[in-house]
Design a binder for this molecule. Structure first.
Ligand SMILES: Cc1ncc(C[n+]2csc(CCOP(=O)(O)OP(=O)(O)O)c2C)c(N)n1
Length: 379
């Protein structure tokens, strides 16, 4: 396995002077090392992967070094525009190395939302004319590929990719001590339970990518509740609030609740302005803020450093509540928000972490969609 420390040192020796990205589960140990070892002026977690490419561009323009951008291949789509119209050798010609976690790599079993993205990842890079190499767990090859990537980015004057396979990285040599800011707060599971307990059966729920959808699903199964009211957005991080908006705008008779994460809300925060200024009066946007990207390893977001309710207020939501922190207040706030003319925004502060034995939906995304659509259109 590759040592995160040794690999980052190889990149640094070759000319990498800054790291920026959105965390990924396959790169969890590498991300943890970088987050612990690098000072704040050398590492940043960005809101989305496209912003990471833009930040890297600014760093490169200012310093002449070769920045590192890390991401999961799910985020490749977010990078395409700035890769092709900004950093590309035919536009501003900005050397950078992209370290990408290769979910859904052909031959490796993965969740449905990763299979196609994994299969087409190299073809996408080739279509973009971006040179790439794969990183398996072999340390010497990783060292060589790391040097190659930096040199090739310089030679080409553009982005170069390293695709990391599952299990390529060993344990981080340094890890940041987890923040104590979530201590004493409700678990997210308890918060979701309080939310669902306040929802009449007529309410449609759209939940975000990662643990939140998995926890919602598991609770519905355990409580033997109807699951056809829930759209579990397994991929497409940052977009569940807009899916819910599309439903709320076209089904005005129909209350819609989005269960969002802080990382997801921040990823495409412009969407809050779209919701806030819309007349989706039956929409309740709930952000379960744990201050981290919990689903991919607990790397920090700025969720506890900014006021999400402040953003919602400034974005025009007529009803804004929170941060709410206890189960009783969650039940009351959600019930009241459903009665008011929205769009409403409710922020709930919860502690980071999830159960190790958290399950995954048994139905495929296609089955989830079929049940969801049947119920929604028949109401
Ligand atoms: C575009 C994109 N980038 C990255 C990922 C990987 N990813 C899945 S869930 C997640 C973290 C979500 O964080 P948050 O919304 O705060 O919810 P939490 O995991 O804390 O419940 C990330 C980074 C992804 N699925 N899609």
């Amino acid at each position: 396995m590759i040592s995160p420390k040794a690999f980052y040192e190889t990149l640094t020796e070759a000319g990498v002077n800054f790291a920026v990205g959105v965390p990924d589960s396959l790169l969890k140990e590498f991300c943890a090392y970088v987050d612990a070892a690098l000072p704040r002026d050398r590492h940043l977690i960005s809101a989305n992967e496209g912003s990471a490419v833009a930040i890297a561009t600014g760093v490169q323009l200012a310093t002449g070094g070769v920045p590192l951008v890390y991401l999961q291949n799910s985020g490749l789509g977010n990078t395409i525009n700035p890769l092709l119209s900004l950093a590309d050798p035919e536009v501003y010609s900005v050397p950078m190395v992209l370290l990408i976690g290769w979910r859904g790599k052909p031959g490796v079993k993965d969740e449905p939302q990763h299979v196609k993205q994994g299969r087409v990842t190299t073809a996408m890079l080739e279509a973009m004319e971006i040179p790439w190499r794969a990183l398996d767990g072999e340390p010497e090859a990783a060292d060589e590929n790391g040097r190659w990537a930096v040199a090739e980015a310089r030679r080409l004057g553009g982005p170069v990719v390293l695709l990391a396979r599952k299990g390529a990285f060993g344990t981080a040599e340094e890890k940041r001590i987890p923040s104590a800011r979530g201590d004493g707060l409700l678990t997210r599971e308890a918060a979701i339970e309080a939310v669902t307990a306040s929802l009449p059966e007529t309410v449609t729920v759209v939940s975000t990518t990662g643990h939140i959808s998995r926890e919602l699903y598991e609770q519905r199964v355990n409580a033997q509740q109807d699951r056809s009211s829930d759209f579990l957005t397994v991929g497409s991080m940052g977009h569940s609030s807009q899916i819910a908006l599309g439903i709320a705008l076209t089904r005005r008779d129909h209350p819609v609740v989005c269960l969002d994460g802080d990382g997801a809300a921040l990823m495409h925060m412009g969407g809050l302005a779209t919701i806030g200024t819309s007349d989706a009066s039956g929409y309740v946007h709930v952000v379960l803020n744990n201050g981290v990207h919990g689903s991919v390893g607990g790397q920090p977001t700025v969720g506890f450093d900014v006021s999400l309710t402040g953003v919602a207020r400034a974005s025009g939501y007529p009803v804004v509540r929170g941060p709410v922190t206890d189960a009783g207040a969650i039940r009351e706030t959600i019930a009241a928000a459903l009665e008011q003319r929205g769009p409403a925004f409710v922020e709930i502060h919860v502690q980071p972490g999830a159960r190790d034995d958290l399950g995954r939906p048994k139905e495929t995304p296609a089955e989830n969609k079929r049940m969801f659509v049947e119920r929604l259109r028949s109401q």
